[in-house]
Design a binder for this molecule. Structure first.
Ligand code: HEC
Ligand code: HEC
Length: 329
């Protein structure tokens, strides 16, 4: 027992050292997030294997699509070989393992649920439109032409990933985890401390990330500043950021082996999203303002709460109020 414990401890130390460098050993907290306690291995989504595909044009397109998700910057970044339409980040920076990781913002539910109505735009969106939302917001760039070979490849890959998911269903492990709301508002000050202890080593003091030696993209992507996602991106919502980092950051974390407490995840989200980033005209978003998500950081709202509370919480009172309002309808 003692020896096994010691070996486990040493392995943990070695693993932390490899990931974080010798002086940055983090606490190895293991908690089960509330909304995933009921998952069993047989229920969760599993991505299909590329090796299932027969050689041919379809496979080529799908493989190219995957490559564009993984190395977006090399093709479509500021020095991209195809066209310069995005900020140097890769789709994979947020859609981990090429969009296949459980609760790593994977693409499992795209083929089964699109085209679909989205309240943000107030319109029905195709997969192409949704992909371009991320180009224009998360990659703070321009839309990829829908008829381009690159768009066809990305869509072919994403649809192939979800090909075994029944139409209209959302598999377990899809998207991001939903963290329980805190009873307090998220703290920018606490979040700064979390950032300094657990994020700076890769994302840098200024949140600017670390570029690759040949400047073709990032080794560690930026979290704020001019090369980061803009204020219209999904991660700019506190719950999306907190859910993303809880199950995925620091690098190596998973939904069933997270490294941050819920409080740390909410607070670091508050800190990062309090810092400067590219602007975007959001005046066309949420044409029906009553459908804005609780943590949409810009008013006007129909629930009477201030922008500050929609940004940082506490969110429970807003949720209660919204329930009342929809019951009264
Ligand atoms: C900065 C992080 C970030 C980057 C980079 C990013 N995305 Fe996203 N993406 C998100 C978030 C956050 C969501 C919404 C998740 C949610 O609302 O639960 C999302 C959603 C999506 C969806 C819809 C998923 C669904 O199940 O409805 C697609 C498709 C998508 N992104 C494609 C892309 C593509 C293609 C790229 C690269 C061009 C990209 N994204 C880059 C953060 C990012
Ligand atoms: C060991 C290095 C490392 C540490 C430590 C780390 N990250 Fe990351 N982070 C990465 C890498 C690498 C990616 C991109 C993953 C990919 O492309 O597969 C990433 C991606 C991200 C992204 C999405 C992409 C973006 O740039 O917006 C966010 C948000 C993020 N990290 C937040 C954090 C936070 C918050 C912490 C601290 C709690 C943290 N990370 C700690 C390496 C790290």
């Amino acid at each position: 027992m003692v020896i096994a414990g010691l070996v486990l401890f040493l392995l943990t130390v070695v693993a932390s050292t490899l990931i974080l460098g010798p002086n940055k050993i983090i606490s190895w907290v293991t908690q089960t997030p509330k909304n995933v306690t009921t998952l069993t291995a047989s229920e969760v989504w599993e991505a299909p294997a590329l090796s299932q595909l027969q050689e041919g044009e379809t496979k080529k397109l799908i493989v190219y699509g995957r490559e564009l998700i993984v190395n977006t910057a090399a093709y479509l970044g500021p020095n991209g070989s195809v066209m310069a339409i995005s900020n140097g980040m890769n789709c994979q920076n947020c859609h981990l393992d090429a969009g296949t990781k459980l609760f790593g913002n994977n693409y499992s539910a795209v083929a089964s649920t699109y085209p679909k109505f989205r309240a943000r735009s107030g319109a029905e969106e195709s997969v192409e439109k949704r992909v371009n939302d991320c180009f224009e917001r998360s990659l703070n760039g321009k839309a990829l032409p829908e008829e381009s070979n690159q768009m066809k490849a990305i869509v072919a890959y994403i649809n192939w990933l979800g090909k075994d998911v029944a139409k209209g269903t959302i598999p377990k492990g899809s998207g991001l985890i939903e963290l329980p709301f805190l009873d307090r508002s998220a703290s920018i000050e606490n979040g700064k401390l979390v950032y300094e202890q657990k994020c700076t080593v890769c994302h840098g003091n200024e949140g600017a990330g670390i570029t690759l030696a040949d400047d073709s993209g990032y080794l560690y992507p930026p979290l704020w500043g001019q090369n980061s996602y803009n204020m219209g991106a999904g991660l700019y919502r506190l719950s999306r950021f907190a859910g993303y980092v809880k199950a995925n950051m620091p690098l190596g974390a998973t939904f069933d082996s997270p490294q941050l407490t819920d409080e740390e995840a909410w607070d670091v989200a508050a800190y990062v999203n309090s810092l400067p980033r590219p602007q975007r005209d959001l005046s066309a978003d949420w044409p029906n303002i009553s459908q804005k998500p609780i943590d949409h950081p810009y008013g006007p709202y129909t629930d009477g709460f201030e922008e500050a509370q929609h940004k940082l919480g506490p969110f429970k009172p807003i949720r209660e109020k919204q329930k009342e309002l929809s019951a009264a309808k």
